[in-house]
Design a protein around this ligand. Structure first.
Ligand SMILES: [Zn+2]
Length: 274
């Protein structure tokens, strides 16, 4: 069953990627300034390195950990006696909340920000940005996820479906498309929309250090990190990325060396100081 879920994850990933790539090519929300094929090549290469690394180092240990935690009967979900659909739905919501706090930590703790800023150094946002992560961030987040597993104790199926949803939503909210204003206002109350997430990537961190949610958008208003909503007209021309990353968005060397680079450090603290 685990292997089927894993194949399912790959199919959802590939069809989602194709779908959002087509959508943003037909109905782009913002004008792209760099060549699409170059972005796809660079980010595709990063994703290949990351997938090889993460699969080799963390996939089997994570599966073994899920099974071990289940055998031991650990985790709040099991102590609460949750099972079936209820366990499934509540686990997705709880894991999404964990992700929200982990994402905030990635912006607040300088050590984590060193890795996460490789994602934010992208000066354009499109579906391929969802592939742009530093391998160090992915390895660190595997450790965080292993901790959520022992605290909450989700079923293996809830865990896999959550991972599938995260990869689908990451493509959906990084892709360069937008909803009409009225529809956007309704959808963003519950789910993270592309416009909601684009604000998170603004160069001006006084606005950009907000909107950390992944699936459900409710965590930001709940914990006071929601940015003021923008209209569709306002999102046509946004300054995205990081102040000192304007020129080097497609450099593989810069992507890998971002954690040891001094530029763009401490930005996560800027908002608190303002
Ligand atoms: Zn971020």
């Amino acid at each position: 069953m685990d292997l089927d879920l894993d194949t399912g994850r790959l199919i959802v990933f590939l069809t989602g990627f194709g779908f959002f790539l087509a959508l943003e090519s037909l109905l782009p929300a913002r004008q792209m300034t760099s060549a699409k094929h170059r972005r796809l090549l660079t980010h595709g290469f990063m994703a290949t390195v990351n997938t090889l690394l993460v699969r080799t180092l963390t996939f089997v240990p994570m599966l073994a950990w899920l099974v071990y935690v289940e055998q031991q009967g650990w985790g709040l979900a099991r102590w609460l006696g949750l099972s079936g659909w209820l366990e499934f739905i509540i686990s997705i919501i709880v894991l999404d909340a964990f992700d929200y706090f982990w994402h905030r930590a990635n912006h607040r703790i300088t050590f984590l920000w060193r890795f996460h800023k490789a994602h934010h150094a992208d000066t354009q946002i499109d579906v391929s940005t969802a592939l742009r992560f530093h391998p160090g961030e992915l390895l660190l987040s595997s450790l965080a996820k292993a901790t959520w597993v022992v605290i909450w104790g989700p079923s293996t199926i809830a865990w896999f479906l959550f991972e599938i949803l995260v990869s689908w939503f990451a493509q959906a909210h990084h892709a360069n498309w937008d909803l009409p204003d009225r529809l956007e206002r309704v959808v963003r109350r519950v789910w993270v929309t592309p416009r909601f997430h684009a604000i998170h990537h603004l160069v001006d961190r006084r606005f950009g250090d907000a909107n950390f949610s992944t699936l459900l958008s409710v965590w930001d208003p709940c914990f006071g990190t929601e940015a003021e909503a923008l209209s569709r007209a306002q999102t046509k021309d946004l300054d995205l990325g990081l102040p000192e990353a304007r020129e080097h968005t497609a450099s593989l060397k810069q992507w890998l060396t971002e954690p040891i680079a001094r530029r763009n450090l401490g930005l996560s603290q800027q908002r608190q100081a303002d």
